[in-house]
Ligand binder design. Sequence first.
Ligand code: GDP
Ligand code: MG
Length: 594
Amino acid sequence: MNVRNFSIIAHVDHGKSTLADRILERLGAMGERDKRDQTLDTLELERERGITIKSTPIRLQYKRPNGEEYTLNLIDTPGHVDFNYEVSRSLAACEGVLLLVDASQGVEAQTIVNAYLAIDNNLEIVPVVNKIDLPAADPEGAAKELEDVIGIPADGAIFASGKTGIGVDEILEAIVERIPAPLGNPDGPLKALIFDSFYDAYQGVILFVRVLEGTLHAKDQITLFSNGRTFDVDKVGTFSPGLVVGSELTVGSVGWIAAGIKDIHDAQVGDTVTSKDNATTEPFPGFKPAQPVVFSGLYPTNTEDYRRLREALERLKLNDAAFVFEPETSEALGFGFRCGFLGLLHAEIIQERLEREYDLDLIATAPAVVYRLTLTNGEVFETQNPAEFPTKDRIDVMEEPYIKLSVMLPEEYVGPVMQLLQDRRGVMKTMNYLGKRVELLYEVPFAEILYDFHDRLKSISRGYASMDYEQIGYREGDLVKVDIYVNQEMVDALAVIVHESKAYSLGRKIVDKMAEVIPRQMFAVPVQAAIGGKIIARATVKAYRKDVLAKCYGGDISRKKKLLEKQKKGKARMKNIGTVEVPQEAFLAVLSTE
Ligand code: GDP
Ligand code: MG
């Protein structure tokens, strides 16, 4: 079969999007008119942040120098640990990958993790040492690292530059020669893997699939393996880029299905699509329904925006099976929603979209992980919401989620990084020396890396360390709830759950940060942290002395105006706690770096 299905994987910034664009350009898939940088990253946010959230496949036609014609399906993958499951499903839709390594950086944490995802999916790996045009490039060194660290023979590496186009012809030939053709029986029972989906207002959910066995025709009936639901297919087709309508999808093809599916939860990534009349008995293995692991409260700053916020959340949820929300009421913040995300980046993306696309001003509470509590009455209770954390006497066993964390770094930073990991309650599993670099594998409570870990890691390693992680389940831990009081009033939305050993330092950090960000009032405002009513830290917002404009007397009027405007803007993100105005920053005090 003259088809090759492949993906490009790399550590962030190693040049995946640039190389993909160069390949598209070489194969004439980017018309001069709509030629833009990084065609694959479509959402505006994706472009700005340089990450890919949705996997966008592109079908390309390649004519080899020897005249043979091939169809190449390039499946892009999300480039962030929050979306690792999506990455693994996109890879499962391929027979091979281009594994990029920046010639000036060498192997990084995500290079290793992505390479293992490819190996787990039995994919052919074509190593590409990229950015060889850089003055600091060491292509041989990077290829050698791939061999030493992952066991990929260095002599198979292609040296390339997505920027100048060096090596792109060689890469195209390697895709055809080294990556196997898809196998499977076109007449067998239909088995297709969903690797992505999106919601279209007219056609319903569009499934992105890879056909592994059998053939699907437009007008067939399909059944979803996980829930047995059946749908009538309206249209099928391929990508080129954009959706192109076709008449069938047969074994080996990568394409899309429109079947009037209204609920994105019927289109979960990793599920198997089969045909109602010729159903497969074996689904594609490893299906996991999307499961949010980080939760936070979202409240409109203006209470009148509550309905608009709910509508916006519903719209976003249509397109995102991994995002959940339910109404929540806070004494301090009023009516809002408790929202669940795949990780902090996912949370940030949704908040940013709400603010940008829906023009909402929001207060977000500190993100929290999901704790598992076995109560004294035997009931197992999972919660991520400090507001519903039971009192200690009702809890028998407390457990918190753990991750396996992999960190790559130059050896001179090993000492400080190990110290940091120990501060975060990490337990070392292995330490591998790879020439002058070290890979550390730790088991760490997820909550400990949620906030500022990545920033700290980068700063103590001068930007040289990289990290990646996966969830590994629950471990016991002594947890407590820290309550925060502003002006003697307990503020429910500020409470946090934390490991006992961290409670005092965290309480201190929160009250100090709050005292810093709460604007001065006419009176001194105490801010306190407490566990079970016992105060563990205290700070004071000093009383307000001078008029904010006082220092402008005699100054020019435009400066005065600016100052007033600045004040007004600041007000948009405030909530009144009693008579005290508390800004958004205060609700995220727990996130501030020490
Ligand atoms: P991605 O995160 O892997 O998709 O990386 P990008 O393609 O967005 O590239 C990250 C940065 O590296 C951008 O600033 C690119 O301009 C730059 N870059 C990508 N490829 C090359 C290359 O081959 N040579 C040089 N010098 N810079 C490159
Ligand atoms: Mg990119």
